[in-house]
Design a protein around this ligand. Structure first.
Ligand code: ASP
Ligand code: MG
Length: 266
């Protein structure tokens, strides 16, 4: 849902129109995670075209910043983009020089997509006059050190999330999905598609009335709507069935997302 400035405006409208507190978990801009993975592989191969990919990522965010932000907020967005890309470029250079792409470095690299999108979207909300703050999930979601597909320490994570939301009184909290941290405060990630899971962890911890997942397909379908024309949306589905469907390839939902609800026996 956050592939372009136009879509981000829709997200802001949806979140801003709620008459309740909102935790808005955002993914990277569409395609950016794949670009980051591609850049890391090129750097490992000593292929300098990883710099072109960085440029592409920069351009996409720069375009969105120009469309969404003005004055001080625009400057702040541009500064953040510059700093994040500089850091990213240093890590990629390290990968290239050492000829080594560890899972730890890979997690650092792919996390940039959500770090960029969440910062920019928070500013865009503030630009619209909304009372929105950014909270980095690396301070909330605690995992083991399986960097690219980390397992969550639920007890610690729920405590952190509850403590944060208990003392926060903003209308909207924007959070980067997918990214987390281990005990050493190193960046880990929850696996591809993990933003849904981030949202479920937060919804469960704060006992949210509702968790909505907005993506490029409007619901769970009886078959893959990109392949089967007669596929129809399923109105109601149990958590168990949703879990099965996602395990069998329904990309609309990341399988671990329903785990917190199953654990609670909802
Ligand atoms: N950006 C991450 C990915 O592409 C996480 C997500 O989108 O849910 O896998
Ligand atoms: Mg997704």
């Amino acid at each position: 849902s956050v592939g372009s400035a136009e879509n981000i405006q829709k997200v802001i409208k949806i979140a801003g129109d709620k008459n309740d507190k909102v935790a808005l978990v955002v993914s990277a801009m569409g395609g950016v995670t794949n670009l980051l993975i591609q850049a890391s592989e090129l750097a490992l191969d000593n292929d300098l075209s990883y710099l072109d990919i960085l440029k592409e990522i920069e351009d996409r965010h720069q375009q969105a910043i120009s469309a969404l932000l003005q004055d001080d907020l625009k400057e702040s967005g541009q500064q953040h983009l510059k700093n994040t890309l500089e850091e990213l470029s240093n890590v990629l250079q390290g990968v290239s020089l050492l000829n080594d792409l560890s899972a730890k470095s890979a997690a650092r690299i792919v996390s940039a997509g959500e770090i960029l999108s969440s910062f920019m979207i928070t500013l865009a909300m503030q630009q619209k006059g909304l009372n929105a703050v950014l909270k980095d999930c690396r301070g909330l979601i605690n995992t083991d050190s399986n960097y690219s597909n980390a397992s969550v320490n639920y007890a610690k994570t729920y405590d952190e999330i509850n403590a944060y939301f208990a003392s926060n009184d903003s209308d909207i909290v924007v959070l980067p999905g997918f990214i987390s941290a281990n005990d050493q405060e190193e960046t880990t990630t929850l696996g591809r598609g993990g933003s849904d899971f981030t949202a479920a962890l937060i919804a469960n911890a704060v006992d949210a009335d509702l968790l909505e997942i907005w993506t490029d397909v409007s619901g769970m379908y009886t078959a893959n709507p990109k392949l089967v024309r007669q596929a129809r949306p399923i109105d109601v589905i149990s958590y168990q069935e949703a879990m099965e469907l996602s395990h069998f390839g329904a990309k609309v939902l990341y399988p671990p997302t329903v785990q917190p609800a199953l654990d609670k026996n909802i």
